[in-house]
Design a protein. Structure first.
Length: 335
């Protein structure tokens, strides 16, 4: 007599919260509102948020994404992304008579203000973050003579300061909480008088999403993180999942990027998404998994989120008229 082995139950652990944070929601809506109010084109310096689908969707609606301010025609409207920009970028925009909309996340703005304040008090500022990330570039530009970038614990040995008694650390808002605290620990060993920021720089949404992934990681054979590869917080979620004990973890922009081979021997799949990912992309992944037998979905809730941010104040003004006025004020070349 042959005994039939019962099939292993298949389930999905769905992280909550996941996807859009308040800063991303604000930035995306700001682009849509600007296009409604002023019509196309509205230029956006750098990706408004780090998500391929969002950028492509906004491009279809009339947004034009550029890498540098110099690419924006004089007298146009330009929006600065949620990651923030350095003061020099605002100056460049003024020189080109651009009407600007600042969609910088308020939590990033908080870090900028901290950098300015500590620089005014002549502190050396150790900015924990990833070299080349737009947010790091923007924050560093607030006080370039006072800020030193520290890109992870291994970078601490190279850090030098003028006065070890006047040193403060700040951080990029989208980092891994655990890695950041490891870096802070190493910095405090080197600089015992190191001052911490007055409040946590890593944003609430980043922390909440990492906490949910830690909770599911111990039970998941596989974690799928929906997000783009240039999204710092999405990449961190993959690292956090593996650190929490997940058998494997992968980052995908869309469901069709999932490799069916990842499901070999897997009975529990964790699903989450980065803070710049719309829910429609998560729905696509859940549908893909459902078709392969993963129909049972359990919510793993780490926190409730109710924070919202008001839209940029510039959307309450007539920016086309402002841009025209700025152009008129430009000195005319002599004949």
């Amino acid at each position: 007599m042959v005994r039939m082995t019962a099939p292993t139950p298949r389930r999905v652990l769905l992280a909550a919260p996941r996807g859009y944070c308040a800063g991303v929601d604000r930035a995306v809506i700001a682009v849509e509102k600007a296009l409604e109010q002023y019509g196309s084109p509205v230029y956006v310096r750098h990706e408004i948020v780090h998500n391929k689908y969002v950028v492509q969707t906004l491009e279809k609606k009339g947004a034009i994404f550029v890498e540098e301010t110099a690419e924006v025609p004089e007298g146009s409207i330009v929006m600065f992304s949620a990651h923030g920009v350095a003061p020099t970028v605002h100056q460049e925009a003024a020189e080109r008579s651009l009407a600007t909309i600042d969609a910088t996340c308020p939590l990033v703005t908080k870090v900028h203000k901290e950098a300015v304040r500590f620089a005014q008090d002549d502190f050396d500022i150790l900015l924990i973050g990833h070299e080349g990330h737009e947010e790091v570039i923007g924050t560093s530009g607030e006080a370039p003579d006072h800020i030193t970038l520290v890109d992870g614990p291994e970078d601490v040995a190279n850090v030098e300061v003028r006065d070890p008694s006047r040193v403060v650390w700040l951080s990029q808002t989208t980092l891994s909480v655990d890695e950041t605290m490891e870096t802070v620990g190493a910095l405090k060993e080197k600089f015992p008088l190191l001052i911490s920021p007055p409040s946590d720089d890593i944003c609430y949404a980043t922390q909440n999403r990492q906490t949910a992934v830690k909770q599911m990681g111990t039970d998941a054979d596989l974690v799928i993180v929906v997000g783009s590869r240039n999204s710092s917080n999405s990449v961190r979620l993959v690292e956090v999942a593996l650190g929490a004990g997940a058998g494997a973890a992968h980052l995908v922009d869309f469901a069709d990027e999932i490799d069916e081979a990842w499901l070999d021997g897997v009975s529990t799949v964790g699903v989450t998404s980065g803070a710049s990912v719309p829910e429609v992309l998560v729905d696509g992944v859940l549908e893909w998994l459902s078709k392969r037998g993963f129909e049972d979905v359990e919510i793993v809730k780490a926190a409730e989120e109710s924070i919202t941010f008001s839209l940029p104040k510039e959307l309450r003004r007539d920016l086309r008229a402002e841009a025209a006025t700025l152009m008129e004020k430009q000195p005319r070349p002599e004949k």
